[in-house]
Design a protein around this ligand. Structure first.
Ligand SMILES: [Zn+2]
Length: 386
């Protein structure tokens, strides 16, 4: 708009100059003897005044047009300057801006105005754009910080329970030295029962009582010394539990060794779990029978409980254990928590040593078993009938 005005004015100016160009002739001849000829003077003087007035008008017009051009050009130029100056730090800051976009609540409303204003400013110099650009400096000092890694919550938590400790102290020591939180479930009445329980506890690992219980196929299938049998009286059951706990005073939880028959018996399970609940124990159902009523009885008693999700090594090969570890991770991601049970086999030790970093990479936090009871996920430890 301003530029077209500016062009028109010089055009009219030249028109005037043409008119004036004709005048110098009378002016030039008039300078010699203009005063002598009266009628010529009478024509010349008004012409001169007209010429001067025209010149003055021309000067005024030129001054006005240049002035107005200048005036209109300045804000535009200024706007362009700031618009050009602003995106420079702004562009550097754009990566953190997108990250702040990922987490919308903390970013101020100014921040979002800043973003849209910037886009408009680059597309075209609309007055709106320049108006938003003016608000930029408020936000500009904030962004130059490198994008913060978002505080990632763990994808899930898992517990690694190793059953059947008490036979071999050497392998137990190796499991104790694994760089992840292990849960040691120790059988009663074995050569190294007390030693393994004490050692694991001293190293900060969690300890369980791995209570032998009657399996289907008993006595051919032997759960070992001190096993709980469905034919026992409640007193006999309680006495067996207390004997086992004397050797393993570090235990705060119990899980069943074998017990496919015993855990299907609600009355027997009620006797056992009630006794342990009174001592502040929690219950891990090893889930050796799909008909186990352990979880249902524990819940009924108001006892903290959870259920084994994955057996890690019932096929003791490296490939199999690795696949089971991957499955444990998958389960922990889906359900928020998962319990894996393994055994003190060299292959299990080897795979856990190798996979210790995988848990971290996958965002899975390996925790002592009882920590899984704290979260809300502990409530879904059931599905025992599944
Ligand atoms: Zn066992």
């Amino acid at each position: 708009m301003a530029s077209t005005q500016g062009k028109k004015r010089p055009g009219s100016g030249t028109a005037v100059r043409h008119a004036a160009g004709r005048r110098p002739r009378p002016n030039a001849s008039g300078s010699g003897g203009g005063r002598k000829t009266g009628p010529r003077d009478s024509v010349f003087l008004p012409l001169l005044t007209v010429w001067i007035v025209v010149l003055l008008l021309l000067v005024i017009v030129l001054y006005w047009t240049r002035g107005s051009l200048f005036r209109t050009a300045v804000p535009g130029a200024k706007g362009r300057e700031t618009a050009a100056a602003v995106p420079a730090p702004e562009r550097q800051a754009s990566p953190p801006k997108t990250s702040s976009k990922d987490s919308p609540p903390p970013s101020s409303p100014e921040g979002s105005a800043f973003e849209t204003g910037d886009k408009k400013g680059r597309e075209g110099e609309t007055p709106k754009g320049s108006a938003v650009v003016a608000s930029v400096p408020k936000v500009a000092p904030e962004p130059p910080v490198a994008p913060l890694p978002p505080a990632k919550p763990p994808a899930g938590r898992a517990a690694l329970v190793i059953d059947d400790f008490g036979y071999d102290i050497k392998i137990a020591r190796k499991f104790i030295n694994l760089p992840v939180a292990m849960t040691f479930s120790v059988l009663p009445h074995l050569p190294h029962t007390e030693e393994v329980a004490a050692l694991a506890s001293r190293h900060g690992h969690e300890v369980l009582l791995h209570m032998p219980m009657e399996p289907h196929g008993y006595p051919k299938s032997d759960p070992g010394r001190g096993a709980l049998l469905v034919a026992m009286t409640p007193q006999e059951m309680v006495a067996e539990i207390d004997k086992a706990l004397k050797e393993n005073p570090y235990a705060r939880g119990i899980n069943n060794h074998m017990g496919s028959k015993f855990t299907e018996d609600a009355d027997a399970m009620r006797v056992v779990l009630r006794h342990l609940k009174e001592r502040g124990f929690y219950y891990l159902d090893s889930y050796t029978s799909p008909q186990s009523v352990g979880m249902a009885v524990a819940r009924d008693l108001g006892m903290p409980c959870l259920k084994r999700d994955i057996f890690l090594d019932h096929e003791p090969t490296e490939d199999f254990v690795r696949r089971q570890v991957a499955e444990l991770i998958r389960r922990a991601k889906i359900e928020g928590r998962a319990v894996g049970i393994g055994h003190p086999y060299p292959v299990t030790l080897k795979v856990l040593e190798q996979e210790a970093e995988t848990f971290e990479k996958e965002g899975i936090e390996i925790v002592p078993l009882k920590k899984l009871l704290d979260g809300p996920a502990a409530a879904n430890g059931g599905k025992a009938g599944a």
